[in-house]
Design a binder for this molecule. Structure first.
Ligand code: WQD
Length: 343
């Protein structure tokens, strides 16, 4: 079976993708610098699949280490590139860290892949590239607007770098996956989202507040032009997202596409507001989430949800998990973390 290198493979989406790749029989090599994850994640993967992936603790920004990794792990058929910094707020405070980490790692990868005869790349992008779309649901043809954060800009620039690289190298093939809002955790609760410190994202803050680790959730604004005034997003189960990567790799390896570069929105097509997420989370898990409405967060867009029809029709992939199941899995993961801490 084919061999896949997963950069950022101990991260939230990366680890769930490693599990789904192994379930489909792929051999997986994980590289990660553990800057925003920990090596314990490999234990979780092994508990789920029975297979501990090969692991190299290296930073993709380090060209020589990355080259050595390709020399050591030969016959790689494709790369899935997750490794990147991803906190929108932090990127505003530390732009150069984001441009260096997210762009240099990609450029190193694209330079080294052909040297090691690897021609297929799946790239982790984000709906952030759209900014606030003019038309909803948003399709892949929507205009790319000026980024609202350095993080979003690194995703836009990365897509351009891949586009130009593919154009210059006829044998190179790429699939760009634009994620909407990944949430939830694997049903086993052996892996999930492990935010460092105070969570930036909504769901881990909700689950930590419900667990009593946070006093209350701050809802960033209820004066938007939405039915209940809070922002709307397209929340997708991380396992559904992971499965889309397996389908993308399979499509490239089976040479199912005549195109060198394809781009897909990975969302459910359903927009939910922050207040709806809170209410659904409380209902599904029979817990309370104390919250307070505060001012808007800088850089937040008002509303975005996907038109996932291209991924549905071309990849044959569709988000399958309901929002109830997704929110249930997020809570199960938070309870698992509490058990681990108290053991
Ligand atoms: C969702 C909604 C907040 C926290 C970003 C990136 C995206 C991806 C996911 C990496 C917003 C509100 C949040 C809180 C709140 N990043 N919120 N209180 O900003 O849509 O997307 O993270 O893969 O690329 O852009 O996600 O979870 O931060 O926010 O009210 O404590 O929840 O205002 O409306 P976001 P988020």
């Amino acid at each position: 079976m084919a061999k896949i290198l997963v950069t950022g493979g101990t991260g939230y989406i990366g680890s769930h993708t490693v599990v789904e790749l192994q379930k489909e029989g792929y051999e997986v090599v994980v590289i990660d610098n553990l800057s925003n994850s920990n090596i314990e994640v490999l234990n979780g993967i092994e508990k789920i699949t029975g297979i501990r992936p090969a692991f190299e603790n290296i930073d993709c920004v380090d060209y020589v280490s990355l080259d050595r990794t390709f020399e050591k792990h030969i016959n790689i058929d494709a790369v899935i590139h997750f490794a990147a910094s991803k906190a929108v707020g932090e990127s505003v405070e530390k732009p150069l860290l984001y441009y260096r980490n997210n762009l240099v790692s990609l450029i190193n990868l694209l330079q080294l892949m052909p040297i090691h005869k690897i021609k297929k790349l799946v790239f982790s992008s984000s709906c952030t590239v759209y900014g606030q779309p003019d038309v909803l649901p948003v399709t892949e043809e929507a205009p790319i607007k000026p980024a609202l954060s350095p993080y979003g800009n690194t995703k836009q620039i990365s897509e351009e770098i891949i586009r130009d690289t593919v154009h210059a190298n006829p044998c190179f093939q790429g699939i760009i996956l634009r994620y909407f809002n990944p949430i939830g955790a694997h049903a086993s609760a052996e892996i999930g989202e492990l935010p460092n410190g105070v969570p930036n994202n909504l769901l881990p803050f909700v689950t930590q507040t419900a667990m009593g680790l946070r006093d209350e959730l701050k809802v960033f604004g209820d004066d938007y032009d939405t039915p209940d005034g809070s922002c709307i997003r397209d929340y997708i189960h991380v396992v559904d997202l992971a499965k889309a990567h397996v389908v993308s790799v399979k499509r490239m390896l089976d040479k199912k596409s005549g195109q060198q570069l394809e781009t897909f929105n990975l969302g459910t097509g359903l927009g939910l507001s922050v207040l709806e997420i809170i209410r659904n989370f409380e209902r599904v898990n029979n817990v309370k989430v104390p919250y307070k409405i505060v001012g808007r967060r800088e850089g937040d867009i008002e509303k975005v949800w996907a038109d996932p029809s291209r991924a549905n029709n071309v990849l044959g992939w569709k988000a399958a998990e309901t929002i109830d199941e997704t929110l249930r899995s997020a809570w199960a993961w938070e309870k698992h973390l509490k058990e681990i801490k108290s053991s």
